[in-house]
Design a protein around this ligand. Structure first.
Ligand code: FAD
Length: 410
């Protein structure tokens, strides 16, 4: 058994966990990250970053190195119904320099965050370590137990951060309910097709004959489709056979019908995402705080998850430092008070987007273009767009708390 001591143990090396760990390491905090996975590859995991997330990554100095690994700038977000643009957001019209969407494999972001954190002697990253238990003493979480390739690792820490994603074990072990809200009546099936040379650098929702479909260029050379299917209905569709599923998909994406036919040869080419929203009713218990998807989970429509996870880390960083310096000050509880309203707004906007995008039938088809045209001329539309693009614009990195790096121990 290995035993480690830390100020903070972060469980989960996703965007939330690694961003927070980097911020803490730069502030002189002794931080251990435990990550169950052996590698950074997260196939079909969040790929699109909004300007709000880009700005934070840039001020951390990791946006450039992440982009050098590869990614596509997308200049527009469109909602097309039968080829006609009902909604067309031109990201180039936003203030520079973060006036684009970035489509980038999540592993590029994670690798850049890790590279930035590794020079700090007070940062330790243990992959292939799956946390299985919380250590609780005197009514407080005091650490975790993880199972790894060389046996158990016990990490004792003043604070444990649950950054372990949408099905968070830490949340469950702490007795905090998931807060799942089944507000979406669709799931998403992800597919990668070889991108044609003329593929536009746009993220688009297409509404044609079938159910709505998200498309965007995925690095290096694919077109990613996110096909919405009725919630819980994928197994029924699959029971009718792959050819039938392909035909349905082609009906939703007529321009890509021949690519779909050629590129999908087995069930393994399709990946199902159970879409739900969730907000845990509380984000901390003494000694443990949840961030990112473990505290609140979102639909992939609107590309919010990574951005919110990164922003969570930026908000929690100074509060956790305050709590470490003055234990019992209630700074960690302040995190949920500050961040909760932002999350509630995003959940509301996403539910509204889903209703607008998915409502079917002749009346909806008649009303949608008119309603969209009216909405896009109102101040409400500007507010919604700003919410999606920037999140809370007041969130910044507390760089004044950083210290020069201590050299990494051999
Ligand atoms: C298919 C899909 C597509 C998406 N598309 C987008 C998008 O385009 N844009 C966007 O912004 N968001 C998108 N999202 C959401 C986005 O991926 C998440 O919101 C984001 O990754 C959340 O970051 P996180 O760090 O909170 O959690 P995660 O990224 O889920 O990271 C959690 C980490 O914890 C680790 N872990 C879990 N359990 C344990 C354990 N017991 N012990 C140790 N480690 C553990 C996991 O291996 C993982 O590395 C998408 C999500 C999915 C599922």
């Amino acid at each position: 058994m290995t035993e480690l001591d830390a100020d903070v143990c972060v469980v989960g090396g996703g965007p939330a966990g690694l961003t927070l760990a980097l911020l803490l390491a730069r502030s002189g905090v002794n931080v251990v990250v435990l990550e169950r996975s052996a590698e950074l590859n997260r196939a079909y995991w969040g790929e699109i970053l909004q300007p709000g997330g880009l700005a934070i990554l840039d001020s951390l100095g990791v946006l450039g190195p992440a982009r050098e690994r590869g990614g596509h700038e997308l200049s527009r977000f469109q909602f097309l119904e039968h080829g006609k643009a009902l909604l067309d957001i031109d990201y180039r019209a936003l203030p520079r320099p973060h006036n684009y969407l970035l489509s980038m494999p999540q592993r590029h972001l994670l690798a850049a965050l890790l590279d930035a954190a590794r020079p700090y002697g007070n940062f330790r990253y243990h992959d292939r370590n799956r946390v299985t238990e919380l250590i609780r003493e005197n009514g407080r979480v005091q650490g975790v137990v993880a199972r790894g390739p060389s046996g158990n690792t016990v990490v004792r820490a003043r604070w444990v951060v649950g950054a372990d994603g949408r099905f968070s074990l830490l949340r469950r072990l702490a007795g905090i309910p998931h807060g799942r809200q089944d507000v979406f009546d669709f799931d998403v099936v992800w597919v990668k097709l070889p991108a044609a040379a003329e593929t536009l650098p746009y993220a688009r929702i297409l509404r044609s004959g079938g159910s709505p479909l998200l498309t965007y260029p995925s690095w290096p050379d694919s077109l990613q489709l996110g096909w919405t299917v009725p919630h819980g209905g994928y197994a029924r569709m699959m029971a009718e056979g792959l050819d039938q599923v392909k035909a349905e998909l082609a009906r939703s994406a007529p321009p890509y019908a021949s690519l779909i036919d050629a590129a999908i040869t087995s069930v393994a080419d399709l990946s199902l995402l159970d879409v739900f929203a969730a907000r845990a009713p509380r984000w901390s218990v003494p000694g443990l705080v949840l961030i990112g998807d473990s505290a609140h989970t979102h639909s992939p429509i609107g590309a919010q998850g990574i951005n919110l996870a990164i922003q969570d880390a930026a908000v929690l960083h100074p509060l956790l430092l305050k709590e470490l310096r003055a234990p019992g000050a209630g700074a960690v509880e302040e995190f949920e008070r500050r961040r909760g309203p932002d999350i509630a707004r995003v959940l509301r906007v996403q539910a509204m987007q889903a209703r607008g995008m998915n409502s079917g039938g002749r009346v909806a088809r008649f009303v949608r273009p008119k309603a969209t045209r009216i909405l896009t001329r109102t101040p409400l539309f500007g507010r919604i767009t700003r919410e999606i693009v920037h999140g809370n614009p007041g969130i910044r990195v507390a760089a004044e708390l950083f210290r020069p790096p201590e050299p990494a121990k051999e």
